[in-house]
Design a binder for this molecule. Structure first.
Ligand code: FAD
Length: 396
């Protein structure tokens, strides 16, 4: 079957729904289609606090149908190929969808199989967990809650990930919980990262390194998790500076898996050599296909991949898309703004906000590199409400 819509949005996650909600203010909704296979929408930033036992995972999940703007067509399928030279998408069921304008918002792909043994380890209840999927996030809390002491490992890959700060946040919550449950004295916490430092912005990195020192968390940079032997409870890391492998025994391990652009994008001409959708970093228009825009985790934008970044990207896509449709110049500009609420314990948080130049762009009239309860309350209670009632409704 073949159908046509003037505007097609591929992916109805944070970015796709936010763009749709804003577009319907101007465009007749019957001119827009969203291609999204999932029955549910997830507020993924909550998964850090779900892993830390603050919320049940169900709190992060809502029906997708309730967030597709009224009148917009929801095509409940996967995109299986992009054919931008023919202005069309091929869907998994073989249908063809043609468009005049396309917004690509497919998110990031979790490459579970790039860590040998990880999938098998996650299939069993044996101290291995990950906040990076709805299916595995509650396992994190099970592990932290039942931990009786020993070695607790937390990992971050060298690839871009969604929310660059999330891999360390869960280590801080675990440390806090282990102190409350009385096992911290017989526990060693190690944070292994494939990155060169704890955070990309020096102001926040300095604060975070002092948090690690205060909490007694050992940090190892340029170390990439490559294998888990869950029967022996051993994790194998590759030292990225000399290529050597280091084996570390654990009693629990929280894994942030490697991530990359979705394969369907990598295999298309929309992709930059890095695999991400190749867009101009200021206008968010594709560099080779002027009727294509992209935003969010699947885009080539050189900033940290977060929902907060999408809040600033979406109005730029919407304004520039409408301008392109009307033949006007594309005036809206995105400056790389992104934000990372770095939870440092139950009731404390450093709110990092910065732009392409890694210059802090803080919203509040105080030093956000200091740990504060007010910022923790914002993350736990304020931002979820703003997300569901504001951002996804086109109001922020
Ligand atoms: P997504 O929201 O992931 O949406 C992509 C959509 O595309 C999905 O609905 C998917 O079903 C769909 N899709 C995929 N493949 C196809 C296909 N082939 N065809 C059609 N549709 C497809 N951000 C913050 O701002 N602050 C935080 O504190 C924060 N913490 C986080 C903590 C964790 C543990 C995690 C996992 C994420 C966190 N994030 C945070 C990041 C944030 O959730 C993401 O950056 C954001 O959701 C990305 O939005 P997106 O629309 O690009 O991708």
């Amino acid at each position: 079957m073949q159908s046509h819509y003037p505007v097609v949005i591929a992916g109805g996650g944070t970015a796709g729904l936010t763009v749709a909600a804003q577009l319907v203010d101007t465009l007749d909704p019957s001119r827009i289609a969203i291609v999204e296979p999932s029955t549910h929408h997830f507020y993924q930033p909550l998964w850090t606090l779900v892993g830390g036992g603050v919320f049940p995972k169900e709190e992060s999940r809502r029906d997708q149908a309730d967030y597709i703007p009224t009148g917009v067509a929801w095509i409940k399928e996967y995109v299986s190929a992009f054919e931008p030279d023919q202005n069309r998408l091929i869907l998994k069921n073989g249908d063809i969808l043609t468009y005049e304008y396309l917004v690509v918002a497919l998110g990031i792909q979790i490459d579970w199989d790039r860590v040998k043994g990880l999938r098998a380890a996650l299939a069993e209840r044996n101290g291995v967990c990950s906040n990076y999927s709805y299916e595995t996030v509650d396992r994190t809390w099970e592990n932290i809650r039942s931990f009786k002491g020993g070695v607790a490992l937390f990992t971050q890959p060298s690839t871009p990930v969604k929310c660059g700060g999330a891999p360390q946040k869960i280590a801080y919550l675990a440390d806090d919980y282990f102190r409350r449950s009385g096992v911290r004295n017989n526990t060693t916490i190690k944070f292994f990262s494939g990155m060169g430092s704890i955070f990309s912005v020096k102001k926040y990195a300095d604060s975070l390194m002092s948090v690690c020192r205060r909490k007694g968390i050992e940090t190892y940079f340029q170390h990439e998790l490559v294998e888990i032997n869950h029967r022996q409870k051993e994790a194998v890391f590759k030292n990225l500076t000399n290529g050597e492998h280091v084996t570390v025994r654990y009693d629990m391990i929280h894994v942030t898996p490697p991530m990359s652009s979705p394969d369907v994008i990598k295999q298309s001409t929309l992709a930059a050599p890095t695999g991400w959708v190749e867009v101009d970093q200021f206008s968010l228009q594709h560099t080779r296909y002027p009727n294509v825009f992209a935003l969010g985790d699947c885009s080539s934008l050189p900033t940290s991949k977060t929902g907060a970044a999408i809040r600033k990207q979406a109005p730029v896509v919407v304004q520039n898309l409408l301008a392109a449709m009307e033949g006007r110049p594309l005036d809206a500009v995105y400056d790389g703004y992104t934000s990372c609420p770095l939870v440092t314990g139950y009731g404390s948080l450093i709110l990092a906000e910065f732009d392409y130049k890694l210059t802090p762009k803080e919203s509040f009239p105080f030093d956000q590199s200091k740990e504060r309860y007010s910022m923790y309350a914002l993350k736990a209670y304020g931002l979820p409400a703003m997300y569901w009632n504001g951002m996804l409704r086109g109001r922020l």
